[in-house]
Write a protein that binds this ligand. Structure first.
Ligand code: ATP
Length: 802
């Protein structure tokens, strides 16, 4: 073979033009770690030496120092070297250069000796340990590494759960930092070329896993070189093949003698496992956490307890003292819900006859009407546990948590059976699916709703769990919730009428200290609080007691209740807000305008009080009416109400050179009423008998552009008509306005008696039976019987329509 035939010195000379020191300088090739630095230092202090000769000396030095089968010429070289070392003053022909070379040789010899000693010591150690592999791992810093390895102790504690994950991660890191190194010593490409390839030492190359090349040397290679396994890293197989090809061309190696290259994959299965290890660890960790979160034995509701239901448990023995007698009014609702109570008390009575009890009921109605109270009273009557949860507590950022909480809630309820679950504000999760327009945000809500539907289907009537749900928006609920077998019953709880309010007042007045006749008091208060919910009434009674206490009263009087009602309606008085004289006059004339309209318009609500004391809700003055609990509003009533609402603005127009922004709320009300008349109640002949439902937020209007224009015109027409009527009325009653306004400026608040004194008796009957009975102190009159209108007031004329 051509390579073998190349003498050592020639092969070194053959690379004379190549920067071998440059390559040596980047990394020690065939030397132990201690020799590296010495050689590096040496290279820099040998500027005048032929590089190839130094290289040859390095190789020669190694070869003589380590090979047992020394060749005669190499042995001679070592003897020379030793001789030179022992006789430094032996002078060559060119003393300075020779001396220099001698020094270098001495240094070299020392380095080689040291390297030999290191190697021998390593070898003995390794033999003792029977761990040949480890010696190879140590590479150029073998000594340090083998020392380090001696001291490594793996103290593995008993593993469980997260310990296993930590151990797997640690294993992987160890693999990355230690075991992902092949056995042997590493070279650079240049080092490989200069020291092995160019010298013809290379027998064959093995590309391992497409990133490492293991070098197999010929038997004739330098003994130092053959004493270890060499490898170098490649960027890519292509560039390696290209470089090798070029190098062999340069070395003029014929095609038939080219170095064979083999390609293998080593440690396939193990490598694959290790490569997949991070993924396995992460997936495993997630799986483990998930099991903890959702598993049957999940502690505390799973991961951080997020999947646990937040329902509050009220126990009948401790918390639920509420009975049906505490829930005033709503007799029909109580009757309907009584069926659930009877079932929970005596289920056998129903089951014996094959009757299935309804699974649940939806209680709908405005806020504060007593839905929760009714549900609690049901639990109190049936003497069963009551689990109360709000629909919004199911809604979370992450999909699945809500569903998990629903599951948990029903699981708990079944354990406590018989029991009542009450889901307040069920519209938070029960909205019709696909109805809202927000993208992606519905997944969690829908998943929760689906789970609720599944749970309600899933439990048997024998579970004796009843689900009650409260909502203010039954119209937006998913129809699947309302079908028989789920929420079978729909119980509507409306704002209480006057009798309902009276009953609720009686319930709450029972806790208040007052010497007034409760029946009369509750009736009077009920008449004054049209539109109040049960919660408002409870608040009003409490406020009255607070006001009485503040005023150091012994018992709560009517005056305290009136103040409390005013406070609930308009907020607290803001005496600190001082108006200028001019502003006060404007407010007084504005309110006087409303008052006169309310007094002289037939269909207007009874006027109770007028005030120009600023209130915390932002009003600078207000007029209080006592509207009847009307189920229906006639066109005439609507027109009179709009006329009365515009009374303030018209009075400003009449008495001041300019109008103010004080009518903003009035204008809003008028616009809303007029729009409802046109688009909802079919009270515009031009638009016709149509109803455009705009209750839901939709992007598209349910009418054409042309209809929109007509609607705008009609709304404006109605508002203008109301304004015209108001101007006519107030122009005729200019003096009355002045009387009221001046009284207001002097007293700040005037009541119904003051109004009667200033304006005379109201020319129309108050169309509020309860008001007449309890407040006005008159005999009950039928609201259906209108009194004959006097001819001199515009309010007497029928309201004009389109
Ligand atoms: N019919 C009633 N009889 C007695 N008190 C009532 C009645 N309705 C409401 N209340 C009072 O109002 C309070 C609030 O009522 P509740 O919470 O039941 O209203 P809700 O309809 O559930 O309100 P929301 O829709 O805002 O949840 C009750 O605690 C009670 O004091």
């Amino acid at each position: 073979m051509m390579r073998r035939a190349i003498p050592l010195i020639r092969s070194v000379a053959g690379i004379g033009a190549r920067p071998i020191f440059a390559s040596s300088a980047r990394g020690p090739l065939l030397m132990g770690s201690t020799t590296i630095k010495e050689n590096l230092g040496m290279s820099s202090c040998l500027p005048r030496l032929q590089r190839q000769s130094v290289a040859s000396m390095v190789f020669r030095g190694y070869s003589t120092g380590n090979h047992k089968d020394e060749k005669p010429d190499k042995g001679a070289a070592r003897r020379d070297s030793n001789e030179e070392h022992n006789n430094p003053e032996k002078s060559p022909e060119n003393p300075s250069e020779d001396e220099y070379v001698t020094q270098v040789r001495q240094k070299l010899a020392k380095a080689m000796e040291k390297a030999k000693r290191d190697r021998d010591r390593d070898g003995e150690k390794d033999k003792g340990n029977k761990e040949d592999e480890e010696r190879s791992f140590s590479g150029t810093s073998g000594k340090k590494k083998s020392q380090g390895q001696d001291s490594i102790e793996f103290n593995i504690p008993p593993m469980q759960g997260n310990h296993i994950i930590i151990a797997l991660l640690a294993t992987y890191l160890v693999y990355l930092f230690i075991f992902d190194r092949p056995a042997g010593r590493e070279l650079t490409w240049q080092e490989f070329r200069v020291s092995l390839l160019d010298k013809g030492f290379v027998e064959r190359l093995t590309v391992i896993n497409r990133k490492l090349v293991r070098v197999t040397l010929k038997s004739n290679a330098d003994s130092l070189a053959t004493s270890s396994t060499w490898y170098f890293t490649i960027g890519s197989v292509d560039s390696f093949e290209r470089n090798l090809e070029e190098a062999q061309k340069e070395l003029k190696i014929p095609a038939s003698d080219r170095i064979p290259v083999a390609y293998i994959d080593e440690g396939g299965a193990w490598n694959t496992i290790l490569a997949l290890l991070p993924t396995i660890v992460v997936v495993g960790a997630l799986f483990w956490l998930n099991r903890r979160a959702t598993g049957a034995n999940a502690p505390g509701g799973g991961l951080f307890g997020v999947g646990k239901s937040r329902a509050r448990l009220f126990n009948q023995e401790t918390d639920i003292k509420i009975k049906f007698k505490d829930v005033a009014g709503m007799d029909e609702a109580k009757e309907e819900i009584m069926e659930f109570v009877k079932f929970l008390k005596e289920p056998a009575k129903y089951e014996r006859l094959g009757a299935k009890i309804p699974r649940g009921a939806i209680l709908s109605g405005p806020p504060g009407t007593g839905k929760t109270l009714l549900a609690k009273a049901t639990a109190g009557e049936a003497a069963v546990p009551f689990l109360s949860v709000s629909g919004s507590e199911f809604v979370e950022m992450f999909v699945g948590i809500g569903a998990s909480r629903v599951r948990d809630l029903f699981k708990t309820a079944r354990k406590m059976s018989p029991c009542i679950i009450f889901v307040d504000e069920i519209d938070a999760i029960g909205k019709a699916r696909g109805r809202t327009t927000s993208m992606g945000a519905n997944d969690e809500r829908e998943a929760t709703l689906n789970q609720l539907l599944v749970e309600m289907d899933g439990f048997q009537t024998s579970d004796h769990v009843v689900v009650l749900a409260g909502t203010n928006r039954p119209d937006v609920l998913d129809s699947a919730l309302m079908r028989p077998g789920r929420f079978d019953r729909h119980i509507n709880i409306d704002l209480p009428d006057v009798e309902g309010r009276k009953a609720i007042f009686l319930v709450h007045l029972a806790k208040i200290k007052t010497f007034l006749d409760l029946d009369n008091l509750s009736g009077k208060l009920a008449a004054l609080t049209a539109g109040f919910s049960g919660a408002d009434i409870a608040n009003c009674c409490n406020e009255a007691a607070l006001i009485a206490a503040r005023k150091q009263a012994n018992s709560v009087e009517m005056i305290h209740f009136e103040a409390a009602i005013e406070r609930v309606i308009a907020g607290i008085e803001k005496k600190s807000r001082v108006l200028t004289k001019e502003d006060q006059r404007t407010v007084a004339y504005h309110e006087a305008g409303h008052a006169v309209c309310g007094w002289f318009l037939e269909w207007a609500d009874p006027l109770l009080k007028v005030s120009i004391i600023p209130r915390s809700i932002g009003a600078l003055g207000y007029a209080q009416y006592a509207p009847a609990d009307n189920m229906l509003m006639s066109e005439k009533q609507l027109m009179d109400r709009m006329t009365m609402t515009l009374g303030g603005r018209v009075s400003e127009e009449m008495h001041f050179p300019t109008v103010t922004s004080g009518a903003v709320d009035d204008l809003k009300k008028v616009t809303r009423m007029a729009t409802m008349m046109v688009t909802q109640w079919g009270m515009s002949r031009k638009v016709g008998l149509v109803n455009f439902d705009q209750s839901e937020q939709t992007f598209n209007k349910p009418f054409s552009e042309e209809t929109a224009t007509i609607i705008d015109e009609e709304v404006r027409r109605i508002a203008t008509e109301a304004h015209t009527r108001c101007v006519e009325l107030l122009t005729a009653k200019r003096n009355e306005i002045k009387l009221i306004a001046e009284e207001l400026l002097s007293k700040e608040v005037i009541n119904r008696e003051d109004l009667e004194r200033l304006l005379g008796a109201r020319p129309f009957a108050d169309r509020n039976a309860a008001f007449e009975k309890y407040v006005a102190g008159k005999k009950e009159t039928s609201p259906d019987l209108p009194s004959p209108p006097p001819n001199d007031t515009p309010g007497a004329e029928p309201a004009p329509t389109a």
